[in-house]
Design a protein around this ligand. Structure first.
Ligand SMILES: *Cc1c(COP(=O)(O)O)cnc(C)c1O
Length: 386
């Protein structure tokens, strides 16, 4: 029976009619090639909703992160302090700049960078006169890091923050939107993010010179001249006008998408939250998460099955779920990097599971997930189904 059920994805794209209209408008206007009026409009509209002066549309979130490091003039061998619990793109961007990631553990309250460890690390480095070139803070699973503390710590040491808000568009902290906390902040419109352009990213900042320089570097660093003149190495990182048109339509429904993901989270919590050993990713006071992905941890001893058994049971029913990010310091590609702490993110990886959370998911879809997860818990008496 379950084998024939359609595949339920972790976070499938969710398009509406406005996206289609705008895409066709771009198509019919023949503004297909990189740049065009939809790119300009998308940048303006995006800057407004993220509370920033400038937005630069690029080909991916990873490209946006890489540009940030260039804008800060990060040099080969520089240290960049970042979160270990993240998607690999964060760490890869640091490698593109030939800089060295220094990974930090998460805290229990936000699952993001532990401010106490950051304070210790920057104090230690300050005494040794080797402060990092930047701190790249990640907002995982739709929730901001604790910028109340992190911003203060970085200010004390005069170290710039790059905010990797790829997973947190639509979230806020004390009423301030995700993406407003870094000198430079980045978003992603990859296929599984809360809104998508199929692929794309955005860099936001209040610094006009940086925004101009980002556009310059992202278009092969072409100097003003009738011939093609280049004085530095650039990239082909700009977003196409077609994709920007889709992005403009998606941006209009962002608030609905956040509400729907939070609703999905609420139903999971209601139906699974009482099971022994289950704990959801916390949302401390002042934090407003998008619940981009519903993430929980399973204490195998109390639940009666471990995270992997639950994931495999879901897979058997054709349902995609995913372990919480495997920390970067545990990845072979980054095994040589410095790691500060690690107990928290290692446990989150061992016990953590992300459940299907796409905003286009139906209640019946979600019921399928809930039923399987409950069936794995030894405290649940199996119900005889017809
Ligand atoms: C998705 C993601 C990125 C990269 O975005 P792309 O658009 O896929 O390049 C960067 N950081 C984090 C934390 C992400 O989840």
């Amino acid at each position: 029976m379950t084998a024939s059920s359609p595949r339920l994805y972790l976070s499938a794209p969710h398009m509406g009619s406005r996206e289609r209209e705008l895409l066709l408008d771009a198509f019919d206007s023949n503004w297909i090639a990189p740049l065009g009026p939809h790119v300009d409009a998308f940048e303006r509209e995006f800057a407004a909703i993220s509370g920033r002066q400038h937005a630069v549309a690029v080909s991916s979130g990873t490209a946006a992160l890489h540009l940030c490091l260039r804008l800060l003039d990060v040099q080969p061998g520089d240290d960049i302090v970042t979160s270990s619990l993240t998607f690999v793109a964060t760490a890869n961007s640091i490698r593109y700049a030939n800089a060295k990631p220094v990974f930090l553990d998460s805290d229990e309250e936000t699952w993001n960078m532990d401010p106490a460890l950051l304070a210790e690390e920057l104090d230690r480095r300050s005494r040794q006169n080797r402060l990092p070139a930047a701190v790249m803070v990640v907002d995982v699973n739709g929730q901001c890091a604790n910028y109340t503390r992190i911003s203060e710590i970085c200010e004390t040491h005069n170290v710039p923050i790059i905010e990797d808000a790829a997973e947190s568009l639509g979230a806020s902290l004390n009423g301030k939107p995700a993406g407003s906390f870094g000198e430079l902040s980045c978003f992603s419109f990859n296929g599984n993010k809360i809104i998508t352009t199929s692929g794309g990213g955005m860099l936001v900042t209040d610094n006009e010179a940086w925004a101009k320089q980002a556009r310059y570097l992202a278009t092969q660093a072409r100097d003003p001249a009738p011939h093609y003149e280049h004085s530095v190495t650039g990239y082909n990182y700009r977003m196409s006008n077609l994709l920007a048109a889709i992005g403009r339509g998606q941006l209009q429904v962002l608030a609905d998408r956040v509400d729907r993901r939070r609703e999905i989270f609420a139903l999971y919590r209601e139906t699974l939250g009482e099971l022994p050993g289950v704990q959801f990713m916390p949302e401390p006071d002042g934090f407003h998460s998008t619940r981009w992905l519903t993430a929980l941890t399973i204490d195998a001893g109390r639940f009666g099955a471990d995270r992997e058994q639950v994931r495999l049971a879901l897979e058997e029913a054709n349902i995609e779920s995913r372990p919480v990010w495997k920390p970067m310091h545990m990845q072979p590609a980054f095994a040589d990097c410095e790691m500060i702490g690690g107990k928290v993110c290692e446990r989150l990886f061992r016990d953590g599971l992300c459940l299907p959370s796409g905003s286009s998911m139906s209640q019946a879809d979600q019921d399928r997930v809930i039923k399987i997860v409950r069936s794995q818990c030894s405290a649940v008496t199996p119900t005889i189904s017809a």
